[in-house]
Design a protein around this ligand. Structure first.
Ligand code: RP5
Length: 164
């Protein structure tokens, strides 16, 4: 795959079942990407290095997923001007509400675009990254339009009540 333009990071491999939905979406759209574990509290030096090198390495967006006291997206955003898209992971005890509040409540000045808790948030973060890239890529914009059309047709074909 060519030079990654989207980086997907997560605080733990336990976030993979959620964050793989972002990776799968990027793969479906043939977006050059990379993914790895970067933890704000377990590997803070790696976090700094990742954020500090992101722009020079060609990343246009970073999708960051974390759970609990989810400071990974905010800390990345503090260290790079590459846009950070935050995905709240589903946490064991508070079911991701803690993650959501941790990520969404960034103080003014250092933004993190925050998505829904869990798989929908991960997939939508990827779609949002794709939409930003599509601003300068007509072929990708067409793919995104086709994706929307597929969903439109699926909704139009829905039967009620749903079949078991
Ligand atoms: C966060 O702590 C991770 O993002 C994960 O959601 C949560 C729990 O991590 P593990 O204890 O499962 O490694 O850093």
């Amino acid at each position: 795959m060519s030079q990654p333009v989207v980086g997907v990071v997560m605080g733990s491999n336990s976030d993979w079942p959620v964050m793989c939905k972002a990776v799968e979406m990027l793969e479906a759209f043939d977006i050059p990407h990379e993914y790895q574990v970067v933890s704000a509290h377990r590997t803070p030096d790696l976090l700094f290095e990742y954020a500090e090198t992101a722009q020079d390495r060609g990343l246009k967006t970073i999708i960051a997923g974390a759970g609990g006291a989810a400071h990974l997206p905010g800390m990345l955003a503090a260290k790079t001007i590459v846009p950070v898209l935050g995905v709240p992971a589903v946490s064991k005890y508070l079911k991701g509400v803690d993650s959501l509040h941790s990520i969404v409540q960034m103080p003014k000045g250092i933004p993190v675009a925050t998505f829904a808790i869990g798989e929908a948030g991960a997939a939508n973060a990827a779609l949002f990254a794709i939409a930003m890239l599509a601003n300068n890529d007509p072929a990708l914009a067409k793919k995104l339009q086709d994706f929307r059309e597929t969903q439109r047709q699926a909704a139009l074909n829905m039967k009620l009540p749903p079949e078991a």
